[in-house]
Design a protein around this ligand. Structure first.
Ligand code: FAD
Length: 584
């Protein structure tokens, strides 16, 4: 039953951001022309990143043995030390704190290099840099940063992010760990348990989420607050250093317990009671970097499957001759291209100053993890029996990539997050439209502006691209987006406030939005490549064909999903589940 479902975090729109983000506009049926140009780093930053990645690749090949890490369930200390010496562990820390001061895009490129070599090492890096010290970087005071960042930057100390608890997974607001304030000593006493905390057994700094009493102005309420915690604090205990698990076995998943752990009030990150905002902001960055962690293995899979399909013969011909195998190969190439395009599109936009990217980050996360999972499935089919054996890397890749669909927000919850936050913007807009229409003569311009939105749903504006080679795809993109906008309206019209209970339709809206956003990123990338090649298609090679294939594949899926809205089978399926549960 979904009737009593708790709300997914619907985040208030930051009204300092005047224009809705690219992903939010999709729910209005609009493609923001700002999808072009494809955001790219400056030449200087690119050269610096390429050089860094070159050294990193050499290090990974020489020192990281993914099979051994998997077998031993441990990343050797010399690997972590070596990555620290390279500067990787403080890559995004500003130079004045001893880091390399590089961009999100550069960090994603480095993460991609690591993920091509080893899933565990990539997960270690993400837990440390994408989320472990991100709150300190974004919300820390100058004193907090001065105290911690220099040692983090060198890799001397590793960071970790502790939100999840035995009773708290997807519902971050339900944190049970409690921080009691002692005004006399100006400290908090934190009591509670955390579980599955990556790097938890050896991290020397944690971002810990705990509830605190907060005077909200309407009485004292319990709100989540973020704290910096170190393992030397009295009351900090590691109850299980490393739980045995089947994927990313090299990273330590740790259980922690805090027994009236004394934490100075100066260790609060951000404002008291605003820990949820801290956590969600950190996770927004983390989710983009998950895309980079998928881009690495995705490219490896394309490389391996294409070679194998050409070499392996059955029925006196190469596998690549068979239509069913061809379908798999083109899908693999297109998905790998799309993971790359959407990850760097989004990271690049953030580097270029986009402030609200929570939907975009969730889209990157859901799309890239699901696409990689599909790619591994298809790769294993192409390799047949060989894929089952441990001398091939596919079973390890499969095990290592599986957690991606659960960590940092399970994909189901992410889909609800995407659709509810997107649809909410439309709901707010519709209310404003009705109000301004009532006072028509006072706000004629506003009314005209508002109604443009509806006009665009039926007569979508053209998307101006540089290259004429992509006009057909651009048109299909704007039409499919308008279809999404109309579907959102239909949903609001039919369900009104009950929409929150219609999870299957909410998921459909999200999936369609994901397909559309990723297609926009892919088109933007290709358009920019064509512009750089002065539209000389022969310089682009197969990428243009891959782009065109992906656009058709992805937009067709979006339209099919939207056609399935209001499927009566949803209700039948829910009733069956209810009866089966009641019968237990
Ligand atoms: C390898 C690994 C490493 C991790 N590292 C960390 C870490 O470093 N720090 C940290 O804090 N956490 C970490 N986690 C925890 C991770 O973030 C959580 O697993 C994740 O947030 C999901 O929570 P859960 O597993 O408790 O799933 P639950 O919340 O129990 O949900 C289970 C499933 O129920 C469904 N579901 C839940 N809610 C809804 C809903 N509202 N509507 C519809 N369906 C729903 C979804 O399908 C979901 O997958 C890690 C987990 C793993 C597996």
């Amino acid at each position: 039953m979904t009737e009593n479902m708790p709300p997914i975090d619907v985040v208030p729109q930051d009204h300092n951001t005047p224009i809705l983000s690219i992903a939010k506009q999709l729910f209005f049926g609009r493609i923001d022309p700002a999808i072009t140009p494809y955001p790219r780093p400056s030449l200087e930053e690119k050269e610096r990143t390429d050089l860094f990645c070159h050294k990193l690749r050499q290090f990974c090949e020489a020192h990281i043995d993914p099979q051994e890490i998997d077998r031993e369930s441990k990343i050797p200390a010399n690997v972590i030390e070596g990555l620290g010496k390279l500067g990787l562990l403080g890559m995004t820390i500003p130079q004045n704190y001893g880091g390399l001061g590089m961009s999100l895009t550069a960090y994603c490129k480095a993460l991609e290099v690591v993920s091509q070599r080893c899933g565990s090492t990539s997960a270690f890096l993400t837990a440390h840099q994408s989320i472990g010290f991100k709150a300190l970087l974004l919300f820390g005071t100058p004193e907090q940063k001065e105290k911690w960042l220099p040692r983090i930057a060198t890799g001397e100390i590793v960071a970790s992010f502790a939100l999840t608890e035995p009773n708290v997974g997807s519902d971050a607001n339900a944190v049970e760990t409690f921080a009691e304030y002692d005004a006399a000593k100006n400290v908090f006493y934190i009591t509670g348990k955390k579980q599955w905390i990556t790097n938890g057994s050896f991290a020397k700094i944690f971002t810990v989420m705990a509830k605190t009493d907060v005077d909200t102005g309407q009485g004292v309420k319990q709100r989540v607050t973020a704290f910096i915690v170190t393992p030397d604090m009295p009351g900090f205990k590691i109850t299980t250093p490393a739980l045995d698990k089947f994927g990313i076995r090299g990273v330590q998943s740790t259980s922690l317990e805090f027994d009236r752990m004394e934490v100075p009030a100066e260790n609060i990150l951000g404002k008291i009671g605003e820990g949820l905002k801290v956590a969600l902001t950190v996770l927004n960055y983390g989710r983009i970097t998950i895309g980079a962690g998928c881009a690495g293995p995705a490219k490896i899979l394309v490389d391996h499957t294409f070679k194998y399909a050409r070499e392996r013969h059955q029925f006196n011909q190469p596998l690549s001759n068979f239509g069913l195998v061809k379908n798999k190969l083109s899908t693999l190439a297109a998905l790998a291209y799309a993971i790359d395009a959407v990850t760097y599109f989004t990271a690049g936009k953030v580097d270029h100053g986009q402030k609200d990217f929570m939907l975009e980050a969730a889209i990157v996360k859901v799309f890239s993890t699901e696409a990689l999972w599909k790619m591994i499935f298809e790769t294993m089919q192409i390799f047949g029996g060989k894929a089952m054996f441990n001398d091939k890397p596919y079973q390890l890749l499969m095990r290592d990539c599986r957690p991606g669909m659960i960590v940092e927000g399970s994909n189901e919850v992410m889909n609800l997050f995407i659709s509810m936050n997107g649809i909410k913007e439309v709901g707010v807009h519709l209310k404003q439209m009705l109000q301004s229409t009532k006072s028509f003569w006072e706000s004629k311009d506003q009314v005209r502006e508002n109604w443009k939105y509806l006009f665009n749903l039926f007569w979508p504006s053209n998307l101006e691209l540089y290259s004429p080679s992509l006009q057909k795809e651009a048109k299909s993109l704007t039409q499919t987006t308008a279809f999404l906008g109309k579907s959102v309206l239909k949903l609001l019209w039919r369900y009104g406030d009950l929409l929150v209970q219609k999870q299957q339709d909410l998921e459909r809206i999200s999936l369609a939005a994901i397909h559309i956003y990723v297609t926009a990123a892919v088109l933007s990338k290709m358009d920019s490549d064509l512009e750089r090649a002065h539209d000389k298609i022969d310089l682009i090679g197969c990428d243009l064909e891959t782009t065109k294939f992906f656009c058709r594949y992805s937009l067709k899926k979006a339209r099919q999903i939207l056609k399935d809205l209001f499927d009566p089978l949803d209700q039948v399926s829910e009733s069956l589940a209810d009866h089966l549960i009641a019968d237990l």
